[in-house]
Design a protein around this ligand. Structure first.
Ligand SMILES: C[S@@+](CC[C@H](N)C(=O)[O-])C[C@H]1O[C@@H](n2cnc3c(N)ncnc32)[C@H](O)[C@@H]1O
Length: 378
């Protein structure tokens, strides 16, 4: 899962408050990039991702041998082909975009065309002739839930998974951690440059064309503050940028999770600081997913796909950096209390609006006033 173009895809007004998604707009904004091989290749080149799914399937081949598998969003077909190679009797590989044709070709070229049946369509709309033993999918977006593709996996599970079926991955968690970073200073500089440029534009427009554009300066600044300071920043952080203990803000069992449960995520955590004389400049968010099988049908070997900061490199998901303005001077023993909420953007249900309230509790007992800031995951 990778970049997602921004754009309107949802309008308010569906049952239970859920927005009605305009399928054509959603296709134009979301699915279209997945039809390109360059985009699939980005995911296929992510070694952490690939190794995790490969190990999960082949070290747990007993889940696949002789079984029926549904691959939700097969893309190039990689997970479907692995499922077949691990011994599946039948794999339904569902893909919304024309990438389905490439997946079909790849299955044929790898000699599994009699097992892998590629079906082009959205998993919400397609029909299968039978229930399945395993659902495999790589549905995770930035900070786990961006793209809202897990909704489609839940739909597939509720329609097609046998009662004793297994989900790949089976569990997921979202993490939040206090970090130090110079990214905020860089973004501040970029904002200043943009505003200087605007100032020059205002002057020139007045001088040459006799219209004073200054009435729009506030709106221009707000637009740019949102872009530079309030939009989360993709980054592969070094672990030494994490200056305290990370906390889990959401845990999901993929076998039982519901769309209602992920439409809105709320958490309150205390983040203990472990470094003296540090500047808490941002919070970082990431996720991990686990392949544990199910209670009735456990994995022979559990596998984890982790997107936490890693000194040996990272994943294409990286971490999301949420700048804190103002930043805070912190020391070992301090605690930062964070209240977090994340809801889907009203304009596009695949993007997220967030609110952070952070409050420094010094080791000495001194408590600083809470600061609330909105952030956007776009
Ligand atoms: C992150 S990619 C993963 C591709 C491939 N499974 C892999 O692991 O390399 C997700 C894929 O799911 C497809 N997809 C997303 N939502 C879907 C839906 N509701 N029905 C069918 N395909 C979907 C996208 O077009 C995209 O190709």
């Amino acid at each position: 899962m990778a970049s997602l173009p921004n754009g309107a895809a949802a309008a308010a007004g569906g049952p239970s408050g859920a927005p009605v998604v305009d399928k054509e707009v959603d296709f134009a904004n979301y699915f279209c990039t997945y039809a390109y091989l360059y985009h699939q290749k980005e995911m296929l080149c992510d070694r952490v991702r690939m190794d995790a799914y490969h190990s999960a399937v082949f070290r747990n081949a007993h889940h696949f041998r002789g079984k029926v598998v549904l691959d939700v969003g097969t893309g190039s077909g990689i997970l479907a082909i692995w499922s077949a190679q691990a011994g599946a009797r039948k794999v339904y590989a569902v893909e919304a975009t024309n990438m389905a044709e490439h997946a079909r070709e790849l299955a044929r070229a790898n000699g599994v065309q009699d097992i892998v049946e590629v079906i082009q369509g959205t998993v919400e709309d397609i029909e299968l002739p039978e229930k399945v033993d395993v659902i495999i999918s790589e549905w995770m977006g930035y900070f786990l839930l961006r793209e809202s593709m897990f909704d489609s996996v839940i739909c597939a599970r509720d329609r097609w998974l046998k009662p004793d079926g297994v989900m790949y991955p089976s569990h997921a968690r979202m993490w939040l951690a206090p970090i130090r970073t110079g990214l905020g200073d860089k973004k501040m500089e970029d904002l200043d440059i943009a505003m200087d440029d605007w100032g020059q534009f205002v002057g020139e427009t007045q001088a040459y064309y006799g219209v004073n554009m200054n009435a729009l300066t506030k709106a221009y600044r707000a637009e740019h503050e949102k872009y530079y300071l309030k939009s989360s920043i993709w980054n592969n952080l070094h672990p030494n940028q994490v200056i305290g203990k990370a906390a889990v803000i959401k845990e999901m069992d993929c076998l039982t999770a519901t769309v209602d449960e992920i439409r809105e995520v709320r958490a309150q955590v205390m983040l203990p600081i472990s470094l003296d004389g540090a500047r808490l400049a941002a919070l970082a968010g990431w996720f991990d997913v686990h392949f544990r099988g199910s209670k009735q049908n456990p994995a022979a070997e559990e596998v984890m796909l982790n997107t936490a900061p890693d000194e040996n490199g990272g994943t294409h998901w990286g971490q999301q950096v949420f700048l804190l303005t103002p930043s805070l001077s912190v020391s070992k023993g301090d605690n930062v209390k964070v209240s977090f909420s994340m809801v889907r953007s009203k304009e596009n249900h695949r993007l997220m609006d967030m609110e952070f309230t952070y409050e420094l509790h010094e080791f000495s007992g001194k408590q600083h006033p809470a600061v609330t800031t909105k952030m956007y995951l776009e």
